[in-house]
Ligand binder design. Sequence first.
Ligand SMILES: *[C@@H]1O[C@H](CO)[C@@H](O)[C@H](O)[C@H]1NC(C)=O
Ligand SMILES: *[C@@H]1O[C@H](CO)[C@@H](O)[C@H](O)[C@H]1NC(C)=O
Length: 356
Amino acid sequence: MGTLLKTTIVGLLLALLGERIMNLCHRARIFAEVNPVELPNCQLLKGLESGSEDIDVLPNGLAFLSTGLKFPGVVSFTPDKPGEILLLDLNDGSLNASPLRLSEGFDAASFNPHGISLYTDEKDGSVYLFVVNHPQLQSIIEIFKFEQEENTLVHLKSVRHKLLNSVNDIVAVGPESFYATNDYYFSNLNMKFVEFLLGLSWTGIVYYSPGDVRHVATGFYSGNGMAISNDRKYIYAVDLTSHTLNVFEKHKDWSLTPVKSVKVNMLLDNLSVDPDTGDIWTAGHPNLFKVFVYNPEDLPGSEVVRVQNIHSDNPIVTTVYANNGSVIQGGSCASVYKGQLLVGTVFHRAMHCQLE
Ligand SMILES: *[C@@H]1O[C@H](CO)[C@@H](O)[C@H](O)[C@H]1NC(C)=O
Ligand SMILES: *[C@@H]1O[C@H](CO)[C@@H](O)[C@H](O)[C@H]1NC(C)=O
């Protein structure tokens, strides 16, 4: 091969690599810094020190928090303690989150909860909690029934499927059916890293019910938080590293069609919908790199964002709170209930704010 040709090929490869790296930095917002936005009347929940990756709130103000996530590359302050689901009553003002008992026979020692979603059966009022569980880094959806009197989650079934290979978040749409986002196409840790480096957009949303499992959306770089609109006609889903909030119309046969994609200049994590206004609330990472490379001298921050009028031509995106990690690190979700805001984090604490 001629020297000129070799030089050209090497040059092209370097240019390609450079482009990929710049693209990666942009996607992970490696250089991003936080402009603080403060909120009055906030306090951290007591006794919660191993994260609150996901939060879901029942219409009666009972909040469920998943805690103790162990995730490759993410710091854990309680590495030897199994994960738990905590219950917090937002009506009594005490802000005491206490663990729910898990029914006998369920392997509580390897419980590693990630995204959660509540489903209330309209017929009999039964409440089901769906939990993305990663025991030994597997990806399993656990379905529990919530027994309030016994303060217990009764385990009903574990769902495993080859299309649910790297689940991040779920939206329950029936006692046994749900939508799930995968954050990676590959299940193997090394391949996930390659996928992230190359910026492949091979993930999406899967619909699951016993007997019918299929992809209903594709083309995501990294699927993350999901939520359903209050009228249950739309699904909202985050593509983490493309910094977009995607709106899908849901059809009778559970298929989804894309409606729009709203750009939000941060790494959104989980989503929730204000039961009164329909506004979308989310928390996320100003800078993903700091979440994965934990440095006590340079902490990962948290941002809380509200999106109003998502279905209009001009959705309003407001940063309601932003902190550089001095108060709360690695924000991953935000939920509102009657003027109260709960902010969860991947591995740090949880914060409650009185908004009005
Ligand atoms: C996180 O996502 C789940 C599934 O969509 C949803 O049920 C829950 O309300 C969300 N929580 C927050 C705090 O955004
Ligand atoms: C983080 O924010 C706090 C409060 O806004 C400020 O006092 C502190 O200097 C900031 N730290 C860094 C490292 O920027």
